[in-house]
Design a protein around this ligand. Structure first.
Ligand code: BV8
Length: 229
């Protein structure tokens, strides 16, 4: 990659697809006949906590059997080797594959499967086990642990840092996202207004493709390492 400047990368479920983690639009975005958008909400958790806990227990267990793919490793290498400026990786993904591939300057804007949040004492902690049995919070003892996931209608994490990075970015790269979910889907417009070069790496054209200067199509495991080179 011959350019120079600060890089902001946004990844979505397509970046983890080749690691065997289903994207949201695979299988029509359904889980046990429920639309994901209907399960990943505070209202669903209020109405049927067991259903929502089961949904996340299943996915939290599944990601622990998966491994990062060549796209994750290429992005971690870019962060280590890039001397043209900063590299900020913003992920919509709630798996830990970027972490395990070695990315450090990483923002999980939609939370993480391997984290639990106690709504009684407002503590977040690493968590790998199921939550369905209502385990007590290790800090306060209350049975008030929920997935540390940003649900629809909830504010994504670290938005201030993300906006700061977008304001200073010279190159914005979107990888493996359908551009269906906001505010993430709007980042390319912000970057473009700031004069950044906007590149999309995706399996197919997305809802945001028109906002990019360039779109390269193909599996992330192939086109991300090729771009990093
Ligand atoms: C908020 C955690 C406000 C959950 C997630 C109407 C219009 C516009 C917006 C809205 C609206 N109604 C409501 C909203 C807001 C809403 C929203 O955008 N809804 C959408 C559905 C319209 N957004 C929110 O609610 C956000 N919060 O707005 O808060 C607020 C303000 C003040 C105070 C309080 C609150 C919160 C959104 C976060 C929701 N949580 N994740 C969980 O994981 O269970 S979002 C979830 O869906 C994922 O994290 C991800 O972000 C998103 C799915 O998107 P993708 O990652 O793009 O995955 P997808 O399957 O869609 O696409 C995969 C892509 O990869 C495809 O393009 C495919 O071609 C490609 N691909 C596949 N294989 C490969 C590949 N590419 C490369 N290689 C491959 N091998």
């Amino acid at each position: 990659m011959e350019m120079t400047g600060n890089i902001v990368i946004l990844t979505g479920a397509g970046c983890s697809a080749e690691s065997g983690i289903d994207t949201f639009r695979d299988g029509g975005g359904l889980w046990e006949q429920h639309r994901v958008e209907d399960v990943a909400t505070p209202e669903a958790f209020e109405r049927d906590p067991a259903l929502v806990q089961r949904f996340y227990d299943m996915r939290r267990a599944a990601i622990q059997t998966k491994a990062p793919n060549a796209a994750h490793y290429a992005l971690a290498r870019l962060e280590r080797e890039w001397d043209g400026g900063t590299v900020t990786l913003v992920t919509q993904n709630v798996d830990d594959l970027h972490d395990r591939a070695g990315s450090k300057n990483l923002i999980h804007m939609h939370g993480e499967h391997l984290s639990a949040w106690c709504t009684a004492c407002d503590t977040r902690m690493g968590w790998t086990a199921p939550l369905i049995e209502g385990p007590p919070c290790p800090s306060c003892g209350a049975a008030a642990l929920r997935p540390d996931i940003v649900w629809f209608g909830e504010m994504p994490y670290r938005m201030e840092e993300i906006h700061d990075a977008l304001r200073d970015c010279d190159i914005f790269v979107s990888i493996g996202t359908s551009g269906a979910v906001y505010p993430a889907a709007g980042f390319v417009r912000l970057a473009r207004e700031m004069g950044a070069h906007c590149l999309e790496l995706n399996l197919e054209r997305s809802q945001g493709s028109a906002w990019f200067h360039e779109t390269r199509l193909g599996p992330a495991g192939d086109i991300v390492p090729a771009w990093v080179e």
